[in-house]
Design a protein around this ligand. Structure first.
Ligand code: AMP
Length: 400
């Protein structure tokens, strides 16, 4: 048992039919999986089940078939990749999720240690409706339930929520690693904790900022969203991306931070360009003197030094969102330099670093340090909801 949720070692897997909620919602082009990261993360759990002569029966959503059987969203397409990565033959079991008797027979007929993939759970409307009848049908196909799909845990769907209450349930090894890392990031972190939040807009991250200021000791705000805060403080942001209508919200967040003892670290200088394109000519400005026709596309060197100072004092860093328009040179410089700095501090054993959500993984990969952080979550929406402090139904159900 880890914390309040059960893990794989709490379950008796021997000879059992193990329903494994996986995230097989991987990108596919021309009938081939183009990024198998999510499948790679499942391999240790599948191997553990097989090692105990259990049957690993994978169930997952795939795309948006809108509750209907739609062959273009069939999960059969991922079977060969799962087979390649696990080194096991993989059987695919078609079902419309209305009548599961044939699926049940196929599972019963499969020898111990089999790896099987069930058809897309979203072929039935009950999946997204968290329908108990559908969950009961799913439960009839297994003896125990293992959830290894953290990236789907923010959704209360039949295969992530209702089903977990119907069978002995536990987190798989990937889910366990993710929850342990997140616990070290914000749950019970080594203080001081600094959060770095960047990205385009405040509007998409209000809940996240509101939650973080009550939990962390320092909040670094960068990217386009910093402009809204600087505008709220009376600075002219020129033609920079800026949500002026959110000035009140920004002030409220800063006020809440002050009351909670959280230092807000905003940029003090910015790399300004006059065209939103790669290699556009740039000039450096202090945030109190931005050219009225220019736009800030990255944090400047003085800001970078300030951010490094904050990280230097921290024992834990939690990061979501790039500090500039990192897809375009030279506006990737701030994000890359800070990412490398966090990576080096982590490597030196001075820092626990947890990052994730949206463009963050791409930004860290671009900086060449994706594997140098303590943990990088590829979960997207679930990671953001965790940063927002919201309970994740798929995780909560494992605690019951
Ligand atoms: P998000 O999905 O909210 O994390 O936002 C990521 C996007 O924010 C990336 O595409 C960045 O290019 C963009 N971004 C970051 N900083 C800026 C900026 N200063 N101005 C415009 N876009 C930015």
């Amino acid at each position: 048992m880890t914390g309040t949720f059960k893990t794989l070692s709490d379950l008796d897997l021997k000879g059992k039919r193990v329903l494994l909620r996986a995230d097989l919602n991987v990108p596919v082009a021309d009938g081939k999986v183009t990024d198998a990261t999510r499948i790679e993360r499942l391999v240790p759990t599948i191997r553990e089940i097989v090692k105990h002569d259990g049957k690993a029966i994978l169930l997952s959503h795939f795309g948006r078939p809108k509750g209907k059987v739609d062959p273009q969203f069939s999960l059969e397409v991922v079977a060969s990749t799962v087979a390649d990565l696990t080194g096991h033959p993989v059987g695919f079991i078609a079902t419309d999720w209305v009548d599961v008797s044939a699926a049940k027979k196929a599972i019963d007929d499969a020898p111990p240690g089999s790896v099987l993939i069930l058809e897309n759970t979203r072929f039935h409307p009950g999946e997204e409706a968290n329908d108990l009848e559908l969950a009961r049908r799913m439960a009839s196909l297994g003896d125990v339930y293992v959830n290894d799909a953290f990236s789907a845990a923010h959704r209360a769907h039949a295969s992530t929520e209702a089903l977990a209450h119907l069978l002995p349930a536990a987190a798989g090894l990937a889910m366990q690693a993710e929850l342990t890392a997140l616990e070290a990031g914000l749950g019970a972190p080594k203080k001081p904790v600094v959060a770095i939040v960047g990205g385009a807009k405040v509007s998409s991250k209000i809940d996240l900022l509101e939650n973080l200021v009550t939990k962390v000791d320092g909040l670094v705000i960068g990217g386009g969203m910093a402009n809204t805060f600087l505008h709220a403080l009376g600075h002219n942001m020129g033609k920079s991306l800026c949500e002026k209508d959110l000035a009140e919200t920004a002030l409220r967040i800063m006020d809440k931070a002050e009351k909670s003892g959280c230092a807000i670290i905003l940029p003090i200088d910015g790399v300004v360009a006059w065209h939103f394109k790669a290699n556009a000519p740039t000039r450096l400005y202090g945030v109190d003197a931005i050219d009225p026709d220019g736009m800030i596309l990255d944090v400047g060197p003085s800001s970078i030094e300030r951010i490094k100072g904050a990280i230097d004092d921290a024992h834990t860093v939690v990061w979501n969102g790039p500090l500039g328009a990192f897809e375009m040179h030279p506006f990737d410089a701030g994000t890359v330099e800070i990412a490398k700095f966090v990576a080096a501090r982590t490597k030196a054993g001075k820092l626990v670093s947890v990052a994730g959500g949206g463009d963050t993984v791409g930004a860290l990969a671009h900086a060449g340090v994706k594997d140098a952080f303590t943990y990088v979550s590829t979960a997207g929406g679930a990671f953001l909801e965790w940063m927002e402090g919201k309970p994740l139904p798929g995780v909560e159900a494992l605690k019951a």
